[in-house]
Design a protein around this ligand. Structure first.
Ligand code: PLP
Length: 347
């Protein structure tokens, strides 16, 4: 692998105490091309603009997918990844659905490890600090024939991130728009899935909500997930989450929380959950908590939700499961406790 290092780091220009999520990138990036049926030219070079044809199929047909993962630094300055094999498996799943070639596992991890070692100063120790890692693949072939491309680029870029605080989050249960349909690409981290959410999310924001809870595209009867989070509901003394499907992303945080909850002796139900059930639970005060799970937020408590013309508020509980799960996950991710699951991988 070719490695070309920067001459002068930009790190001193960055205010790590005031980071906007995903807006500042580290000194280097990893890149690899798919040409004539082979992945070639793996290299790490200074972070910089790239040059591609305006006819690249990604711009016309959206042939692109990505991943989101994080690296954490512990108090001994060791760097840890959290279940990176799951992100690798998922980018392959996404690539296949979008008719893109599989990126080789050895190159993925070699590129990632070299990049993290080179940019390790950008990962700050301390709870809440991390490096958000964005691997992505897109079609570069310069021909607008509406078929899958023959040329692609795989890249990894990294953005330092600090503790995510979004204020109080209220969500709208969506009844008109859909994020993903049966048989579609909802389970893939396809770029277009996110573009499709922006407009309905803006409408929801105008109504005073921060995010949308998506429901099934057939009848808007069952709860699916949020924009970039899977969802959990604490009803009575049970934790309920929807099963993954072809319209729901199989979140790494979600599957980790299910495992942790079970090991905490919590009764977990992975089953379809109707909007109606949620409304009933809110009305009869058995709905105790709602929270989202995802790499960016880890666990995000949701304060209230809107459905049709009604708004529902959740009463803050002292022994919040969301906070408990966030602490346990953080302790594992930052190597503050022994990882009983072998989820963390040292770089
Ligand atoms: C649509 C969607 N659902 C759920 C998630 C949460 O997945 P993970 O826990 O792997 O970050 C994400 C973020 O990656 C997402 O984009």
């Amino acid at each position: 692998m070719k490695i070309k290092e920067i001459e002068t780091s930009r790190i001193n220009e960055v205010d790590f105490t005031n980071l906007e999520f995903g807006a500042v990138f580290t000194d280097h990036m990893f890149s690899c091309d798919y040409i004539n049926g082979e992945w070639v030219n793996p290299e790490i070079i200074p972070y910089q603009p790239i040059s591609v044809s305006p006819a690249s199929r990604v711009f016309h047909y959206g042939q692109a997918c990505f991943e989101g993962m994080k690296a954490y630094k512990d108090i001994n300055n060791k760097i840890w990844l959290f279940r990176p094999d799951e992100n690798y498996k998922r980018i392959i799943k996404s690539s296949l659905r979008l008719a893109m070639p599989e990126f080789p596992e050895n190159l993925f991890f070699e590129g990632l490890n070299n990049l993290l070692k080179l940019d390790s100063d950008w990962i700050k120790p301390g709870l809440g600090n991390s490096l958000y890692i964005r691997p992505f693949i897109f079609a570069t072939e310069g021909s607008i024939n509406a078929t899958e491309a023959n040329q692609y680029k795989f890249m990894i870029i990294c953005a330092p991130a600090s503790s995510y605080y979004s204020g109080e989050v209220r969500v709208k249960i969506e009844k008109s728009f859909s994020r993903a349909a049966k048989g579609g690409v909802g389970y893939a981290k396809a770029a277009g899935n996110y573009a499709a959410q922006f407009y309905p999310t803006t409408l929801a924001k105008n109504e005073g909500f921060q995010q949308i809870i998506w429901t099934d595209s057939s009848n808007h009867e069952y709860i699916e997930e949020a924009g970039t989070m899977n969802l959990f509901f604490r009803i009575g003394n049970k934790l309920i989450t929807a099963p993954t499907s072809d319209s729901i992303l199989d979140g790494v945080t979600r599957k980790s929380l299910i495992q942790i909850a079970k090991d905490q002796g919590i009764e977990v139900e992975v089953r379809p959950i109707k909007v109606e059930e949620l409304i009933d639970a809110a009305k009869n005060n058995t709905l105790v908590e709602i929270f989202g799970s995802g790499t960016a937020v880890v666990v995000l408590p949701i304060k209230g939700f809107g459905y049709e013309n009604s708004k529902y508020e959740l009463i803050q509980k002292e022994n919040s499961w969301a906070i408990m799960f966030k602490n346990i996950l953080n302790n594992i991710q930052y190597n503050l406790i022994e990882d009983p699951y072998n989820w963390t991988v040292e770089v």
